[in-house]
Design a protein around this ligand. Structure first.
Ligand code: HEM
Length: 377
């Protein structure tokens, strides 16, 4: 398949067919579709079947070609013949966004965490992870706090991370941009209005675009990833205690959680030219579903892939994509996760699951536990 897609393990393993012998099965129908009942709650048996026997296969129900092995998913994500292209914040703009977002994420995480402290039992999704990304972006931009609820709803329901944006968002931002141009303040929106990138002031359109991306671009993905991150740590109290004692371990723990439980299991790409893969030629326009959730559990890439291990030497996850479409806001998402976890651990010294509670991730395009019932102290 892709040049790097014959990982040694796949070739050496007696059970799964090799990349070249898979060519004969490319195009055969998979035993079950990604849309079959039950797959949303537990896709892992299907992923295993696909990786072992159907590494490139057409899912008629989904209307897409499925790629499930780590090396193939990585290759497809980085393949220039597979779109789409969506504009994200460039490096110069990211340098403007990061400090303001870090400060706002820290403040917001503490506000949300302190509201829960002292209570007997709370749901960390309803009161924390679902709010933090949107509320931190609202705070960083200096928008009224009341807007957080609207923005959070747009993140949750909108097509934002897939390339669209909510129609009301532009109107909201344009009025705030006009006010900041007239009377600048100390917030990020004012900073963007006054910024010069490569010697040029940013146009209203660029400022609104950047602010809009920050508000809704990846808020939902970040919220879901944060929920899975918290669930993984709560499921492993010894690792949670290590992270509490040594916050320097947080980035590795976050990467490991993104490998094991990415918020988007399926990244869709479209062929912009015919592509020969595994003995099959996909026509222009063919939709390829890169199963990032399967790639992260590929045993030929990761030893004991179902295990959550914050000390894994090389998580090398594909949750943010790969190649030229790699998520431009990966650092911003990491900031929200790090600030969120630090605040929770600081404010809730005894944080643990509520008795008898087990988290249950749901969904494929947007996967995470929908409830996280905990005892804060
Ligand atoms: C944990 C959180 C996040 C995850 C897992 C994630 C994941 C991804 C993935 C997989 C892609 C590549 C899609 C493709 O290849 O077609 C992507 C692209 C993108 N993401 Fe994120 N993202 C996250 C957070 C964010 C945030 C917070 C923002 C905005 C502030 C953002 C903005 C974007 C943009 C603009 C692109 C398009 C890049 C391009 O096509 O060149 N993401 N993201």
């Amino acid at each position: 398949m892709y040049a790097s897609s014959a990982p040694q393990g796949h070739r050496l393993s007696p059970a799964p067919p090799s990349s070249s012998s898979n060519a004969g099965r490319a195009g055969a129908s998979p035993p079950v579709s990604l849309l079959a009942p039950g797959v949303e709650s537990d896709p892992f048996p299907l992923y295993r079947t696909l990786r072992e026997g159907y590494p490139l296969v057409r899912d008629e129900l989904l209307g897409a070609w499925l790629l499930s092995r780590y090396a193939d998913v990585r290759g497809a994500l980085a393949d220039a013949r597979l779109g789409p292209v969506r504009a994200g914040p460039g490096p110069a703009c990211r340098r403007l966004l990061e400090p303001a977002l870090r400060a706002a994420a820290e403040r917001t995480a503490y506000v949300l965490a302190r509201r829960m402290a002292g209570r007997r039992e709370v749901d960390l999704v309803a009161e924390f992870s679902a709010w933090l990304p949107a509320a931190a972006a609202v705070a960083a931009l200096g928008l009224p706090w009341e807007e957080a609820a609207r923005v959070q709803e747009w993140c949750r329901t909108g097509p934002a991370h897939l390339g669209g944006s909510h129609p009301e968002l532009g109107g909201l931002l344009r009025s705030h941009v006009a006010r900041r141009r007239a009377r600048p303040g100390a917030d990020l929106l004012s900073v963007l209005c006054g910024a010069r990138v490569d010697g040029h002031a940013l146009s209203d359109e660029t400022v609104t675009g950047l602010a809009g991306t920050l508000l809704t671009g990846g808020g939902e993905a970040t919220a879901l990833a944060l929920a899975s991150f918290l669930a993984n740590l709560l499921d492993h109290p010894a690792q949670l205690e290590l992270v509490r004692a040594r916050p320097g371990l947080i980035p590795g723990a976050w990467a490991e959680s993104l490998r094991r439980d990415p918020p988007t299991h399926v990244v869709l790409r479209r062929a912009t030219a015919p592509i020969a893969l595994g003995g099959t030629t996909l026509p222009t326009g063919a939709v390829v579903a890169c199963l990032v959730g399967s790639a992260g559990r590929d045993p030929f890439r990761f030893a004991d892939p179902d295990r959550f291990d914050i000390f894994r030497a090389d998580p090398a996850h594909l949750a943010f994509g790969a190649g030229r479409h790699f998520c431009p806001a990966a650092t911003l998402a990491g900031l929200a996760a790090e600030c969120g976890l630090r605040a929770l651990l600081d404010v809730m010294p005894g944080l643990r699951w509520a008795p008898g509670f087990r988290s249950a991730p749901q969904g494929l395009m947007a996967r995470a536990p929908r409830r996280l019932l905990v005892r804060p102290c």
